[in-house]
Design a binder for this molecule. Structure first.
Ligand code: BTN
Length: 277
């Protein structure tokens, strides 16, 4: 769908951050914006540097999946974040980073399009049960700096349904398909960075407490019966009750028909979730 091309000037025209995106790299085509951001960090790029590309040839998703990244339609961006070395709450900070980012992305989408996306735990942006976007955070240690995290965000923006690979047509959608008109990716990216900066400051200065409340309000997983897939052979069914202080999904397991095991409350830290009802 036609909308303006990505341009640094257009992004900057509505950007009102102090740090995030002040250094901005716009590419036509990269293997992965996360990899590109890591390479820039190796060469000395600073906290807050943003990489955005029109197209990725090796975009990656969570759990070693590929991220479908055709040109001219979507948003693929990565943000370099410096990790403070000796935080006592580093585990909470690291585990909330992707959840907080998904929250900021959903707020940005709502501001520019009025579309209210939900969050499917941990960090999928969904409309109903169809995926519109996702977040992939990767930790690394560039030679010249302390530890860093690259936050990668992919959003299906102006992607028409017929351009989706067939195996994704039932489970994925785009803002264009919901809105029935194209969105300016420059405006959307600037808003995403405008929303992300205060969310990251909140997480870094005050911890996850207030973000946890905001996340729970948007999270469509809570209260649902879900299937949790943790490995090839490991699945658990239960009701999602809440999100813990360290971002884990608190699940009340269903009584096992095979073993008769009683329901218990367990915490899931990383898995794939299917909403059952
Ligand atoms: C997911 O699996 O839901 C996370 C998808 C994250 C995709 C984005 S696109 C920009 C950045 N670069 C990548 O290679 N992946 C992330």
């Amino acid at each position: 769908m036609t909308s303006p091309p990505l341009s640094a000037d257009a992004i900057r025209s509505t950007l009102n951050t102090v740090q995030i995106g002040q250094r901005l790299y716009v590419y036509d085509n990269v293997p992965s914006t996360n990899s590109e951001a890591m390479a820039l960090a190796q060469a000395g790029a600073e906290h807050g540097t943003v990489v955005v590309a029109d197209c990725q040839t090796a975009g990656r998703g969570r759990l070693t999946r590929q991220w479908y990244s055709p040109p001219g339609m979507n948003l693929y961006c990565s943000i370099l974040i410096r990790r403070k070395r000796s935080r006592p709450d580093v585990v909470e900070w690291l585990s909330w980073l992707p959840l907080a980012t998904a929250l900021a992305a959903a707020e940005a989408v709502q501001t520019v399009s009025s579309i209210s996306l939900s969050l499917k735990w941990p960090n999928d942006l969904v409309y109903g049960d169809q995926k519109v976007g996702g977040v992939l955070c990767e930790n690394f240690q560039p030679a010249s700096h302390g530890p860093m995290v690259v936050i990668g965000i992919g959003l299906n923006v102006n992607l028409p349904r017929e351009s989706l690979p067939e195996d994704l047509r039932e489970t994925a959608t785009s803002l264009f398909e919901i809105l029935k008109s194209p969105l300016d990716r420059n405006r959307l990216l600037a808003q995403l960075l405008n929303e992300l900066e205060p969310v990251l400051n909140e997480l870094t200065v005050h911890g996850a407490n207030r973000l946890q409340h905001a996340y729970l309000r948007r999270c469509s997983t809570i209260g649902k019966l879900v299937r949790v897939i943790m490995g090839v052979e490991e699945e658990i069914v239960g009701t999602a009750e809440s999100i813990s202080r360290d971002g884990a999904l608190q699940l009340r397991t269903s009584r096992s028909s095979a073993t008769g095991a009683a329901p218990e409350l367990i915490e899931i830290h990383a898995a794939d979730i299917i909403h059952l009802r």
